[in-house]
Design a protein around this ligand. Structure first.
Ligand SMILES: NC(=O)c1ccc[n+]([C@@H]2O[C@H](COP(=O)([O-])OP(=O)(O)OC[C@H]3O[C@@H](n4cnc5c(N)ncnc54)[C@H](OP(=O)(O)O)[C@@H]3O)[C@@H](O)[C@H]2O)c1
Length: 241
């Protein structure tokens, strides 16, 4: 059976690798993005995966976006909540705007998207929700009180919702990446990367987006129905829970 998947933030970085992995697994995939039309167009050209622009922080936009994907591709079976941002600052310098932007995209975005596919999944008695958290939601990180709060929130959200979805054939899981080689990493100064981050990773390198996509594709598969409420850490051994 062909499954339909939405990957938020699926036009580049980890999300693009996830979208491609689900396509390779036989799914019809819709990849969403926020504003980078150029990257999205290049991604569609490369992969044939349709891209859709809306802000996951906007509930009504998510509702309309999901309806559009369902009109184009059919009912959504798989949702990957991948869209995320950082707004780093030590807490004493963190502005309310930095706090709220992070919460609105990373945490409210997960609610907005999941809430808009949940009813259909319950009716059809099948669903796969995978949310991309972070090692920094598991262990905390200096200058990321906002980001860590959202990424820890993903895990609590998942454990609660997994209990609600269990009898309806819906699994709800988290993948928590460590440091992955994407544009998000380009905001980290080279000195911090070489002297602080890399020495903390036992495998001695950043992860690749494909290595996260592999874990997501595993959880999204039809035969992963007994795995729910779990967090798969993919962090090169940096933090073992
Ligand atoms: N990279 C890492 O090392 C790492 C580690 C742990 C966890 N993560 C998590 O993994 C996920 C993907 O990270 P990444 O490094 O691949 O990020 P990225 O390269 O910065 O890509 C982010 C994607 O999310 C989209 N996006 C951002 N805000 C959005 C919004 N409000 N509405 C809709 N789409 C939005 C972007 O769209 P545009 O292209 O239009 O901007 C883009 O497609 C995030 O949740 C991140 O927190 C990343």
């Amino acid at each position: 059976m062909t499954r339909t998947a939405i990957v938020t933030g699926g036009s580049r970085g980890i999300g693009a690798a996830i979208a491609k992995a689900l396509q390779a697994q036989g799914c019809q995939v819709a990849a969403t993005y926020a504003g980078n039309d150029e990257k999205a167009a290049a991604f569609t050209k490369e992969t044939g995966i349709k891209t859709y622009k809306w802000d996951v922080a906007d509930y009504e936009a998510c509702k309309a976006g999901v309806a559009q994907v369902e009109a184009d591709l059919g009912a959504v079976d798989i949702l990957v909540n991948n869209a995320g941002i950082t707004r780093d600052a030590p807490f004493h310098k963190m502005t309310p705007q930095q706090w709220h932007e992070c919460i609105d995209t990373n945490l409210n975005g997960v609610f907005n998207m999941t809430h808009n596919v949940w009813g259909g999944m319950r009716e059809r008695k099948f669903g796969r929700i995978v949310t991309i958290s972070s090692i920094n939601g598991q262990k905390g990180q200096f200058a990321q009180a906002n980001y860590a709060a959202t990424k820890a929130g993903d895990i609590g959200f998942t454990k609660a919702l997994a209990q609600e979805g269990a009898r309806a054939g819906i699994t709800v899981n988290v993948v928590a990446p460590g440091y992955i080689n994407t544009e998000m990493m380009s905001t980290i100064p080279e000195k911090v990367m070489n002297e602080v981050i890399l020495p903390q990773i036992p495998v001695g390198r950043l992860g690749e987006a494909d290595e996260i996509a592999r874990a997501v594709a595993f959880l999204a598969a039809d035969d992963a129905g007994f795995i729910t409420g779990s967090t798969i850490s993919a962090n090169g051994g940096q933090y073992m829970t």
